[in-house]
Every structure is written in structure tokens, then in C-alpha cells.
Design a protein around this ligand. Structure first.
Ligand code: F6P
Length: 318
């Protein structure tokens, strides 16, 4: 093994830089050349390669985002694009490509494996929607950011006796919303995985108000409904001011939490060990606090790892 390349793809997530920093250090120690490919699969097709060394990455582990930048590349959905990417990697004599990203990026990686490339995939997405792993890199920081922001919003809502609906990220997965709701003690939660949760939210809010709650708080997962319309509806129904906040990209920025930094380092150590053992075409993940490898194909057999037990527990106490 002489040359390894790394790229980050799809939505960036906190901890990607910590992972890059650790892995580059380990590869250099093992006398393996390492290249960064800028802007994910798009940068691969544009041959945007840079040689990485310790100097480039020594001081990046506390930064959010990705120093390699990221992109969503539609050209890579087509076989022509994948073939072109594969040939570019071959021309650069890359023996193994490391891909940090979510479901979409893993699918791109799988196509490269079919062409004959050695690939290792790392779960880098705030959504925590990769079914094979209990957790993905950036999820813990994103939830912490959402909670931090909502606690601030709550203070002003409480002072004004206003209800509040807060929309969080997660794409089609309710894990960010659920963990946020549990942390801020939300009165209702609306998620994709429970189609009745829209209807039920109204009852939960009604009961909360009857029990004396002056500022009901509803956590809404993105891509479900118009939060402003729901706030208007609740305002009319409960004769109380309701505000809507879409907290957006603040969830994806900032320094990774200690949990994400440790996870990033463990993922990098496992990557290095897999490279040394010649284990490729895998996704690395975490289950029950243990790091493990799974064939990439298997990692993609289901879409989501929504934590149903945790959701039941949350509902049982509303
Ligand atoms: O997949 C990560 C994520 O942050 C989702 O939670 C969100 O829906 C999406 O990316 C936003 O994507 P973009 O950065 O392209 O707007």
C-alpha cells in the first residue's frame, strides 16, 4: 500500500477534520503517501488533489466543517462519471480511497468498488441515519448545538408566555429531533417515523396547557410540514402566541464535542488497522460502544437506524 486518498462528501459534519488529522498522522507514520481530494466526488472528477502532510492537518481537529470541502455531485450518479473517477484514481496510483459521508456518498463509493477500487467508508453525517452504526460523526455535536440554541430560545419564550415550534435538521430521519426533544424536555415531537405524530402533537400541547405549561415547546423534524402554518394553527386553537424557529445550519457548525472527537480518532485508528490488514470495501461504524467493520454492501441494505425504543420511552412520559 503506497498511496491513500481521502475525500469528504455530501453534508459536512463536525469531526471530519479531527478524523482527517488523525488518519493523516497515522498514514505518515506508516510511510504511506496521503492525498486529499477537494470537494468530494466533484473534486475527484475535476482532479482536485492535494498532497497532505502533518503540517496541513496538525491544527485542524477542533474545527467544524471539512478542510477538504465537500459537494453533492450529480455526475457521480451516472456510470460515466464513476468510470471517469475510477480512471483518475488509477492514474494517480491511488491504492485505497477513504470516503467520509452519509448514504449518498456510500452509494458513490460502492460504484467505485464495482469498478475495482479499494474503498473504506466512514459515517460522517449529522443525521445519524446510517442503519449499520449506532452513531455517526457529527451527530452528537449537532444535537448539542440544537439543544443549546433551543434553551436560549426557551428563555425568551418563557418570559413572554409564548409557545414555540422549533424545526431541526435530520433530512428524513428523526434521530436529531428525538434526542433534542428528550434533552430539552419538549412537550411534543413531530417526526417522519411516526405518521401520527402531527395529529398527536396537538393533543400533547392541549394537555400540557391544561396542566399549566405556559410555554409549550414542540420539536419538529425538517421536511415534514410548514412550521409557520402549524404555529398559526396552534395560536388560533389555543388562544396563545406561538412562534416558529427554523434553526438550520447552526446545527452543523462549530467545534466537535469531546464525544465526536474521540469517535473521530477511534474511526481513524480502525481505518489505519484495516489498511494495514488489507481489509477494504467496508464501512466502519460503532455498535454498543465498539468499533467494527461491515462490508459496504451490507451497510447499505437499509435506510435508517431510528431509535424506536428511545422514542417509545419519550412518548411514555409525555
Ligand atoms: O445530511 C446532512 C444535512 O445537514 C441534513 O440534515 C440537511 O437536510 C441537509 O444536509 C442540508 O443540505 P445542504 O447543505 O445541501 O443544504
Amino acid at each position: 500500500m503506497k498511496n491513500v486518498a481521502i475525500l469528504t462528501s455530501g453534508g459536512d459534519s463536525q469531526g471530519m477534520n479531527a478524523y482527517i488529522s488523525k488518519l493523516v498522522g497515522l498514514l505518515v507514520k506508516n510511510k504511506i503517501n496521503v492525498y486529499g481530494i477537494k470537494r468530494g466526488f466533484q473534486g475527484l472528477l475535476d482532479e482536485d488533489f492535494i498532497k497532505l502532510n502533518l503540517k496541513n492537518v496538525e491544527n485542524i481537529s477542533f474545527l467544524g466543517g471539512s478542510v477538504l470541502k465537500t459537494a453533492r455531485c450529480t455526475e457521480f450518479y451516472e456510470d460515466k462519471g464513476v468510470e471517469k473517477g475510477f480512471n483518475i484514481l488509477k492514474n494517480h496510483k491511488i491504492d485505497c480511497l477513504v470516503v467520509l459521508g452519509g448514504n449518498g456518498s456510500f452509494k458513490g463509493a460502492l460504484n467505485l468498488i464495482d469498478k475495482g477500487m479499494n474503498v473504506i467508508c466512514i459515517p460522517g453525517t449529522i443525521d445519524n441515519d446510517l442503519f449499520y452504526s449506532d452513531i455517526s460523526l457529527g451527530f452528537d455535536t449537532a444535537v448539542n448545538n440544537a439543544v443549546d440554541t433551543i434553551e436560549k430560545i426557551k428563555q425568551t419564550m418563557l418570559s413572554n408566555n409564548r409557545g414555540i415550534i422549533v424545526e431541526v435538521m435530520g433530512r428524513n430521519c428523526g434521530n436529531i429531533a428525538l434526542n433534542t426533544a428528550l434533552s430539552v424536555n419538549a412537550n411534543a415531537l413531530i417526526i417522519n417515523e411516526d405518521k401520527k405524530s402531527i395529529k398527536n402533537a396537538e393533543n400533547y400541547v392541549k394537555n400540557a396547557i391544561l396542566n399549566g405549561v405556559e410555554s409549550p415547546l414542540i420539536v419538529l423534524q425538517e421536511n415534514i410540514m410548514d412550521g409557520q402554518k402549524l404555529a398559526d394553527k396552534f395560536q388560533k386553537k389555543f388562544k396563545k402566541q406561538f412562534k416558529f424557529e427554523h434553526i438550520g445550519y447552526i446545527q452543523r457548525g462549530g467545534e466537535p464535542t469531546v464525544k465526536d472527537k474521540i469517535f473521530a480518532n477511534l474511526l481513524a485508528i480502525q481505518t489505519m488497522n484495516s489498511i494495514l490488514k488489507g481489509e477494504f470495501n467496508i464501512a466502519i461504524g460503532m455498535q454498543k460502544e465498539s468499533i467494527f467493520n461491515i462490508p459496504l454492501k451490507e451497510a447499505l441494505t437499509k435506510e435508517s437506524n431510528f431509535n424506536k425504543n428511545l422514542y417509545e420511552l419519550y412518548l411514555s412520559n409525555l
